[in-house]
Ligand binder design. Structure first.
Ligand code: SF4
Length: 329
């Protein structure tokens, strides 16, 4: 028997006048669970505890990018990237309530691992003969925030880790990541984050002084703990921190970039229409684990441990084809 559907009771006017700002992480969060997106970006709620991975990853980014900039300008001998990691992680630990993990259960364990990982990145970078590309002002293209307009009042922002040159003068757009485990060997061939970065770089090619990119690169550092010494001072089990060989692939085709743009526009439309359903999926693949900061609130209506996120404020100026205001990311 067919049931009669009741008319929608919550029809809302579309907010076309209101800009929608997307980044890869915010739009991916929407895809994982629209309700989670709403809690984070509409309600601006965040956990009062910050995961240790965020502090580790940020300190690694700061240390490696400082090295890449100094190396491109031939100043690398005046800089100690390992000390930068330690300083940045200590600052993170001082200014946040840190949620440590079983692998990284203390500040000391993180700093010991991060310092080795930064050293290994430098070894890898120099071994491959990479150098950061320079923009027309002679500045290394490292950690650039670029924004494009996808449609009226829909904006996409990406932060480029580095545009780097190989020994063969190929221009690679590289995403530098830390992860607990190596990604699948073909992940970079589909990774939306790299597609989004190519999109913004190609839109800003004149400002960056480039014709385009010759390839995309996924540069992973595995944040392993330092192996404990076994009895008798012998080497312990485990590899310790490792920087994997960069995974390189050709740039996305125009059709692939367009498909990515279209998928972001669908998300923007859903956001405008106020579509924020819960997406618990099934027991075997649910995102509703302890990793969801909003779990207690979503399931039990309990907001303990959440707070309203501070506004990001005005971002540092970056070349953009749009200047309609600060992105909230
Ligand atoms: S608990 Fe599940 S449904 Fe609720 S916000 Fe988190 S991921 Fe979404």
């Amino acid at each position: 028997m067919n049931a009669q559907l009741s008319p929608p009771s919550n029809v809302m006017p579309l907010e076309f006048a209101k800009p929608v700002y997307l980044s890869h992480s915010s739009s991916t969060l929407y895809e994982v669970c629209p309700h989670k997106y709403k809690e984070r970006y509409k309600e601006r709620l965040e956990s009062t505890v910050t995961g240790v991975s965020l502090g580790y990853g940020s300190a690694y980014d700061e240390a490696t990018c400082a090295f890449i900039v100094a190396h491109a300008l031939a100043h690398e001998n005046q800089l100690d990237p390992v000390a930068i990691f330690e300083e940045k992680f200590e600052e993170f630990a001082r200014t946040n309530t840190v949620g440590y993990s079983t692998t990284f259960n203390s500040k000391e364990a993180c700093v010991a691992s991060g310092k080795v990982l930064v050293e290994k990145f430098i070894e890898s970078w120099l071994g491959h003969g990479y150098t950061a590309a320079l923009d027309p002002e002679g500045k290394p293209i490292v950690q650039r925030e670029l924004r494009v307009k996808l449609a009226p009042n829909v904006f996409y922002t990406a932060i480029i880790d580095v545009l780097m040159m190989t020994r063969d003068c190929e221009m690679l757009l590289s995403d530098i990541k830390t992860a607990a485990q190596a990604s699948d060997g073909s992940f970079h061939l589909n990774a939306g984050q790299l597609t989004g970065q190519q999109l913004v770089v190609e839109a800003h090619r004149d400002a960056l002084g480039i014709d385009g990119v010759d390839g995309l690169c996924f540069y992973q550092g595995l944040k392993k703990s330092i192996p404990k010494l076994a009895k008798g001072g012998k080497a312990g089990r485990g590899t310790g921190p490792v920087v994997l060989d960069p995974m390189v692939c050709p740039p996305r085709t125009e059709a692939e970039v367009q498909a990515y743009v279209e998928s972001r526009l669908w998300i923007a439309e859903d956001i405008r229409r106020g579509r924020f359903p819960k997406r618990p999926l099934d027991a075997y693949n649910t995102p509703c684990s302890d990793l969801c900061d909003y779990r207690q609130r979503c399931i039990h209506g309990d907001s303990t441990g959440l707070r309203v996120r501070a506004s990001r404020g005005t971002p540092t100026p970056s070349p953009s084809i749009d200047s309609s205001g600060p992105s909230p990311f």
